[in-house]
Write a protein that binds this ligand. Sequence first.
Ligand code: M6R
Length: 630
Amino acid sequence: MCGIVGYVGRSAGRVNTEHNALDVVLEGLRRLEYRGYDSAGIAVVSDGAISSRKKSGKLSNLVAELEARPLPESLTGIGHTRWATHGGPTDQNAHPHLADGGKLALIHNGIIENFAELKLELLGKGVEFASETDTEVAAALLGDIYRNRLGGDAADGGLTRAMELACQRLEGAFTLLAVHAEQPDVVVAARRNSPLVVGLGEGENFLGSDVSGFIDYTRRAVELGQDQIVTITADSVEITDFYGAPAEGKEYHVNWDPASAEKGGFPSFMEKEIHDQPDAVLQTLLGRSDVHGKLTLDELRIDPALLKSVDKIIVLACGTSAYAGQVAKYAIEHWCRIPTEVELSHEFRYRDPIVDENTLIVSISQSGETMDTLMAVRYAKEQGAKTVSICNTNGSTIPRESDAVLYTHAGPEIAVASTKAFLAQITAAYLLGLYLAQLRGNKFQGEIKDILADLGKIPAKIQQILDNEEQIKELGRSMADAKSVLFLGRHVGFPVAMEGALKLKELAYIHAEGFAAGELKHGPIALIEEGQPVFVVVPSPRGRDSLHAKVVSNIQEVRARGAKTIVIAEEGDEAVKAYAEHVFYIPETPTLLAPLLSTVPLQIFALELASAKGYDVDQPRNLAKSVTVE
Ligand code: M6R
């Protein structure tokens, strides 16, 4: 939620970075807009004054405003793209917020929980507020401390010291970035439970909610810890805690290039990311086993003895990531014989869960910043559980706070609706399941090798589906007027059905539900009326204990009541043809791996239907890519 960028460069005549702060900050915001697009704003420091512009709506509105009313050239600036929490998405509520008589500008991601109490206190001092936001309260507090407590004296620590004192009073989650007209070469930032990374340049330094905020300029990044303050100038990066004690960040190299965060010729990021999926799965598998099929998950730095003693796994995640967990549950229980629960992170700690040192917590998060998941992981750690994070974002908070991490290597996912991360998450969770099975001796090495070989064939099979996407695209376009679409699945097909429904809800804003096909007769079948579109994810007819016949019966049941049935089935499955208005075939694959294929047509369908309705598939309404507030 909310994208944040900060920049300080060095002037011409010294090491000239030749970057105007406005350009750098705008470019960063363009890349971070997926984090929130209710409004955007920028402040720069120039000629001893702060100049700012802000506009409700997408970044393009701010760009138009900047063309109409340009900002002065500057070497220091901050920028924000907002997902509204306190106060609607108006110009007034957009960040930056000014304080100290317009000399201080502040942007914020997160929620200040004690803002009401602080606001009363500041109102009592005569401060006036122009917005409904908690951010303006934080700005006013910082301004008040800077001017009235520290006397505006840079020698007394200035903005950095004021930030420390302000953070000591703030409760909640926040990333704050501030600039002050009296310290034109400095951006000061603070973080608590909200993301912030530093970018290291030559004669210039950067701040961003994530590395995409500065990826065009540097690949050297520094992770910050919790409750830290960072002061950047063109030549220095100083980190302290909220009480001024020096602290250190951890430098790392960003291993993706800016081009991987571009659309690459596709009309949308989402379409590009759907097409990235063969590579996302391939990269996630790469280098994780030796020639004998022995899994070597080097990153998984948890004592094997501890992993052997695990008697329960709890997967914690939200949204699409939770569906990846639900898919993985079937495989992990089957391969490892360890009871596995999947819990929505935001529900977890409120139900007094049974967690102890023999519990393995597996959190799944694309962003690594989802606050609900972070809080659930922390809670589980407090109970003594071991925690493994499956994550796509290097250096993000959840993997940093977990005992071990298994990175998915899907590359940056920019579209708000998750696609390639989902397939990469399933792949990584499967690797974890196989690793546990190998360690605990639940599977022979040969069996693990065979499953890995099947996984290795998945990228080419996804590509095969993508090469034949026109049929499902056409169906998506033809159903642009649909009011409701239902999705049915069984076994691993059940979470796939729910993921198909979620994609349609978030992209096309139409009613969609995913059901376990077996549950149909217990209620949902009442929804079926003439012409109701129903997608059915059909399991393979091959293999032991196949549920194929039962799902075919479910298709017949809804069809008999007037449903328009659209079937995703395995190549060669002729039995479904008689009961389906449309059949989309996916390549043969073992049942447990089928979600890596059957999800793809559902993603394409949602994308195409939403595009036909003229919606922005990369930035659906009301959503943000990374949900950093509870
Ligand atoms: O970054 P995370 O994987 O933790 O995010 C979890 C959900 O917010 C996310 O999957 C969300 O449901 C997506 N919009 C789904 O497309």
